[in-house]
Design a protein. Structure first.
Length: 218
């Protein structure tokens, strides 16, 4: 906010359904109940290259990116953005995508957003908490491991910790890409703004999804 409104956003999210290209951008504008959000054609031009492909099918039924748009539209009617949907999330590919984002954003007033839930725990997620822990306590314990690496601006260490600890984040690849990009763009620090789980609202001790808001900045 102190720097004013950015000229554009790059929003990275996971591909939950598997349709379309595994690493996909699109130059189609998006519509929400708050209006139309236009793709930034200049930033898009810098991203429409391998390993990214232009494929609207990857985005059509995916929610991870579109859920960010109303928050931006609430602040400004016409945010400019480019969406990147990731089905392949291995660290090497995520780092390559992050490098592309950094190159496309260099010299621009651009904010990079990674959209992801943290731990999913409960019978419907095929993961149960460690014996003696409630689902929300287990989620917090797991997510603290991932958040520690994010706050250290360590994309490789973050990806390794997610794999080693079996942290059930849906968008670990987008987070690694965001960290890679922001570090290349000069990020020096990160701050945890808020963490909670779904059980804070549902009061369900058997099922929980973790959520964290983290700011990365120069």
């Amino acid at each position: 906010a102190a720097d004013g409104w950015p000229s554009s956003f790059v929003i990275l999210g996971p591909n939950h359904h598997g349709a379309g290209a595994p690493l996909a951008v699109t130059n189609h504008d998006w519509q929400t109940p708050l209006g139309i959000a236009h793709v930034d054609s200049d930033v898009y031009a810098g991203l429409a290259k391998p390993p990214l492909e232009d494929d609207i099918r990857s985005h059509r039924d995916e929610h991870s990116i579109e859920v960010q748009l109303p928050f931006l539209q609430q602040l400004k009617a016409d945010p400019r953005f480019v969406p990147i949907c990731m089905a392949f999330q291995e660290y090497e590919l995520a780092a390559e995508v992050g490098g592309l984002v950094a190159d496309a954003a260099k010299g621009r007033d651009c904010v990079v957003i990674a959209s992801s839930d943290f731990t999913h725990v409960g019978p419907q997620y095929f993961q149960l908490p460690t014996r003696g822990l409630t689902a929300p306590a287990f989620a917090k314990e797991q997510d603290a491991k991932a958040i520690e690496r994010i706050l250290a601006l360590d994309p490789k260490g973050f990806s390794g910790k997610v794999a080693q600890a079996e942290i059930s984040m849906c968008g670990y690849g987008p987070v690694a890409s965001m960290l890679t990009a922001t570090k290349q763009l000069g990020a020096k620090a990160a701050t945890l703004l808020k963490y909670g789980t779904s059980s804070d609202v549902s009061h369900d001790g058997h099922t929980a999804v973790g959520y964290g808001a983290i700011a990365v900045y120069r």
